[in-house]
Design a protein. Sequence first.
Length: 478
Amino acid sequence: MQNIGFAAGSLIKGRWTVVKKIGQGAFGEIFSGKNIINNEQIAIKVEKVDTKKQVLRLEVAVLKKLQLCPYVCRFITCGRHNDYNYMVMELLGENLSELRRRQLDGKFSLGSTLKLGVQMIQSLQAVHDLGYLHRDVKPSNFAIGLNPSKRNITYLIDFGLARRFVLASGEVRPARDSTGFRGTARYASINSHLSKDLGRRDDLWSIFYVLIEFAEGQLPWRKLKDKDQIGEMKQKYNTPELVKDLPPQFSQFMKHLKSLNYEDRPNYVFLQTLLNDCYASLGLSETTPFDWEIQLNGGASSSSTNQQQQQQQQQRNLNQSGLNNSSARLMASPSTIEVEASGKSTQLNNSNNNNNNKVENDSSPHPQIIRRNSESNSQIANSSESDNKGSGGGSWNQKSSSPRHKDKNNLQDDAGEGSQKHLKASNNNNYNSNNTNHHNNMNGGSSSNQPIDKVELSHQQQKSSTTKCCSTSKCSVM
Ligand SMILES: Nc1ncnc2c1ncn2[C@@H]1O[C@H](COP(=O)(O)OP(=O)(O)OP(=O)(O)O)[C@@H](O)[C@H]1O
């Protein structure tokens, strides 16, 4: 595609300059850029206005709602430039697929895998608690922060395949009998391969496969290209055999996922606790750096010496427990696939991000490995009412520069789809918090063991978390 209107040096809305292309996804292109007023580095995702499957509006709608989740990319503005819709967001660093492949043996240490898992589950919980499924969970859809102080934070990106799974009433949409395949073959749940309607559990199955790949460097179906064959292999490995070389918490993780039905809310706290317990058993502390931070620091300072010692300790623990025995494989990022219920499939290219980010030494404290409390959940729920305070806003309407998201008016709620049979969605959010910290709430508090499937949203609360989506987006048709 020729980037007419988004060539390097282009000025968007007199404020954003395009620097270079940094990513190519199935549904658009991503450019790095700069805010010429304050020199802030930004990313711009663009989509042609005449694209048949427009997903950017949905992405904007979902991202705006998630702005108070510390593990979701910051939205800045959106609009139209020439023949393109665009979304300006925070420029992030490398995605997790790139980072893993950059590891010498193509895998992350178990410590980094576990910490990543905790953050990834947390971002998925935020998405789910807003009433959305992500449906394309994979390593290239998580990126670390760009600034040195944020290279220990993982951000969820790409809401192009998101779908509302709750109705305005708060009830889970009834499962459809048969749907097309959605997602990326390597990480999709077995349900997706079977064309079953997806629920919250399916995003967690993808996280599970991602974590195995992180820790072992590969998945058994890594060499297969055909999605049906991949699905068959997943069914064959749908036993603890899949995680036999990993700590027992992984089979407990799997057991929990297997216990979930379509409409069930996963026990996010339980899953995070499993990962945290495993992490603690390795003798690692919250300040143990991620693998890429150690490489970055290169042993130059006393703090990095300390980090190296922790890394060595981790290695010893792994060797003792016999868990560090996977062979290395380097793999390219798999692509998103859409298969309509008719069976027509689209394999979508996912080229690698050649982000050339300048990285400095990171002396910042590391976030705690878990500990998201009910306050942070309430921030997420309230975000839909506060309507993205602190973000630039933006509009698809070229004439408008209102920061109050006029694009919302153009978006059509897809919540009406479905039949009369409704299943109640449970939620453990505490909606009384006024905490509005943005992207900095990494301390969280304790991982309380309160029953998480008991508290339900009131009708009003659910209304506040109902977002609107464009009629042409995948959201409304899938
Ligand atoms: N805010 C950002 N900052 C830096 N890089 C980004 C940002 N957003 C996206 N990217 C890069 O661009 C790649 C593609 O972005 P994204 O997943 O949003 O596009 P997509 O068209 O939906 O892709 P896919 O087909 O893989 O789902 C990402 O894997 C990431 O490497």
